[in-house]
Write a protein that binds this ligand. Structure first.
Ligand SMILES: *Cc1c(COP(=O)(O)O)cnc(C)c1O
Length: 380
């Protein structure tokens, strides 16, 4: 009898041979600009903690205090026993940051996209998504059962051409990341808003890498592009610049009411933990008030962009800077050389992205000496 699991070993060997194999590396201690990797301090260019809030004492204190009051688990789904005043406070803080009527907190950004996309459209409907959208938007589209068409990355003309079939469908949803997570460029939001209005489409923008980073108050690309107040659906995460865990949707009161009734990944899962909820609420207050963190982050980004201009840098308007390399092996070699020099900057390879690259995430808490060491080693 053949072993029904033998395919796993074969498939693992295939991804090994292609240099696509991935494994996890443990980071010790608190998050920060310098972390310990395999017992050795390294400068961290691999973190989504753009503003350095995940190790902030005020947020640690808020998480501990909430745990003392509410315990370690929410112990149930929001509609049953899991809902706390803490959750409502966080949702009101998100709605106020985003200037929307309401917001809904999910257990992760991934679940927010799965639940929202599948609650908005179904079999009679159409989704047009940017080809480089995050995995969670793509999987949400599959889950919804809607006809899904990818348009070329940030290509408004292609989107328009593909909307020719719009009238064959009941509802239509356009989906896009606002900051593209593996490239660092921005979606053309004002054009997308106009096209959505013209073709009577809903528009969903995933602000995961933009919240806390883009816009004067840190509200994201919707603020950056002056689209605040537009009727669109904003998704995001509490786990990047906000230094916590969880996801959210912000939009009209009716939209949020509908999701509370129809988003399965919100209804049938345990409410976000008290610790993460309180930390996220604290982080929103900080990102609004401490504009200096965002200023420092952008100073660091601009300094690096200036000094890396002679490398094959992908176009970026965000803290995500990517240096293109020809093969997965070249990317792995470069990442290893950087590690040897005390710099943690991962190689990103297919199938995550079409072309291999070193991906740098800039933080507000990087010091000039950290950036200079990176620049020096990237030119070696
Ligand atoms: C990280 C990310 C998510 C997922 O958020 P989590 O809270 O980590 O699950 C969703 N969309 C985009 C664009 C992301 O970058």
């Amino acid at each position: 009898m053949a072993d029904p699991y033998s395919w796993i070993n074969k498939s693992l060997n295939t991804i090994h041979r292609a240099n696509w194999y991935r494994s996890v590396k443990a980071i010790a201690g608190k998050p920060g600009a310098v972390v310990e990797l395999s017992g050795k301090p390294v400068i961290n260019f691999a973190s989504n903690d753009y503003l350095g809030l995940a190790g902030d004492q005020r947020l640690i204190d808020a998480a501990v205090a909430a745990t003392q009051v509410y315990g370690t688990s929410s112990t149930g789904s929001r509609l049953l026993s899991g809902h706390k005043e803490l959750h409502r406070e966080l949702e009101q803080a998100i709605a106020s940051l985003k200037q929307t009527e309401d917001a809904l907190v999910f257990s992760s950004g991934y679940l927010a996209n799965l639940g929202t996309v599948s609650a908005l459209v179904g079999r009679k409907d159409l989704i047009l998504g940017d080809q480089y959208n995050h995995s969670s938007l793509k999987k949400g589209a599959i889950l919804s059962g809607a006809t899904t068409i990818d348009y070329l990355h940030n290509n408004v003309a292609d989107l328009r051409a593909k909307l020719a079939v719009r009238s064959l469908y009941r509802r239509c949803l356009i989906t896009t990341d606002s900051v593209f997570s593996m490239d660092g460029d921005l979606c053309p939001l004002p054009e997308l808003v106009a096209i959505a209005a013209e073709f009577e489409c809903m528009l969903l923008v995933d602000e995961a890498h933009a919240t806390g980073v883009m816009g004067w108050t840190g509200a994201g690309c919707v603020e950056h592009f002056n689209c605040t107040g537009t009727k669109l659906i904003q998704i995001g995460t509490l786990s990047k610049a906000l230094g916590s865990l969880g996801g959210y949707v912000a939009g009209s009161a009716e939209l949020i009411d509908w999701l509370r009734n129809r988003a399965a990944s919100w209804i049938y899962t345990t409410a976000l933990s008290p610790a993460n909820t309180a930390a996220a609420t604290g982080a929103i207050a900080i990102i609004k008030q401490e504009v200096s963190r965002r200023k420092q982050l952008w100073q660091n980004i601009n300094y690096l962009k200036q000094h890396l201009a002679n490398l094959e840098l992908l176009p970026s308007q965000s803290p995500i800077l990517c240096i293109q390399l020809n093969t997965p092996e070249a990317a792995l070699n470069q990442a290893q050389k950087l590690i040897d020099a005390g710099i943690f900057a991962p190689a990103i390879r297919p199938p995550t992205v079409p072309t291999s690259r070193i991906r740098l995430s800039v933080m507000a808490t990087h010091e000039k000496q950290h950036l200079d060491l990176l620049i020096e080693n990237l030119y070696k």
